[in-house]
Design a protein around this ligand. Structure first.
Ligand code: PEP
Length: 257
């Protein structure tokens, strides 16, 4: 089973809309200069909401081989939900991917497994791809419970999602202790949990379905460590934070092969 690798950049709360244009232009130039083949790797950037219109205009007008996503979405359709953004607003802007359940949303905004599931279903209903995040805190890893913790998150995230829908999802395993810390999981650590996630998917659905769902690794991925992580059989790409804010560095990550 060959799964097309995905390299997704999570810009978090960085880059205003002018900086966003500059970054996407730089990335596009880097990819073009290096004969990037978009058949081989799917590239996604996830800017803040305020940048999406500018990124859309640039990507569509220059027909760039880059998809763009949002970092979060509301479970509501419209109405009195101050500060929230709906799936319809995102689809209108041509957004194709939405990160759901990032550990920073879980930690700073109290997002529960149930809410993450609701968001994933909302994104699927709007025909976008949810990038469903999971991952353990340092204490959980120190207690040796990373696999059971992440498997429980995955089971909760996929409730009421059928196999046809599951095929349209992407998972990002991001150990919290490795996010933005420079502390990258070893390739074996990443494989242990990504392999367990695939095993869990095969139990929730079947092996054929599990074999088609991409599982990304995230946590201090850089151009210098991406190849070793990507060499793991159950790692199908990366969700990249800090290193996605530099066009040449993210370009190198995209061109890991
Ligand atoms: C992230 O927050 O999704 C992430 C992986 O960040 P970083 O690459 O900076 O660790």
């Amino acid at each position: 089973m060959t799964r097309k690798p995905m390299m997704a950049g999570n810009w978090k709360m960085n880059m205003d809309h002018l900086e966003a244009i500059h970054l996407v232009q730089g990335l596009a130039l880097d990819l073009e200069d290096n004969n990037f083949d978009s058949e081989k790797v799917e590239v996604v950037v996830c800017p803040p909401f305020t940048d999406i219109r500018s990124v859309q205009t640039l990507i569509e007008s220059d027909n760039l081989p880059i998809a763009y996503g949002a970092q979060d979405v509301s479970v509501h359709d419209n109405g009195a939900f101050t500060g929230e953004i709906s799936t319809a607003m995102l689809t209108k802007l041509g957004v194709t991917h939405v990160i759901v359940g990032h550990s920073e949303r879980r930690e700073y905004h109290g997002e529960s497994d149930a809410l993450v599931n609701e968001k994933a279903r909302k994104v699927l209903a709007a025909e976008m791809t949810p990038i469903i995040c999971c991952g353990e805190a340092l204490e959980v890893r120190q207690a040796g419970k990373q696999v059971s913790h992440v498997v429980a998150q995955i089971k909760a995230a996929y409730e009421q999602i059928n196999s046809e829908e599951a095929l349209k999802t992407v998972i990002a395993y991001e150990p919290i202790w490795a996010i933005g810390t420079g502390e990258v999981a070893t390739p074996e650590d990443a494989q242990e949990v990504c392999g367990a996630i695939r095993q869990c998917l095969s139990e929730l659905y079947d092996q054929e379905t599990a074999d088609q769902i991409r599982v990304l690794y995230g946590g201090s991925v850089k151009s210098s460590n991406v190849a070793d992580i990507m060499a793991q059989p159950d790692v199908d790409g990366a969700l990249v934070g800090g290193a996605a804010l530099k066009a040449d560095e993210f370009g190198k990550i995209v061109r890991f092969a």
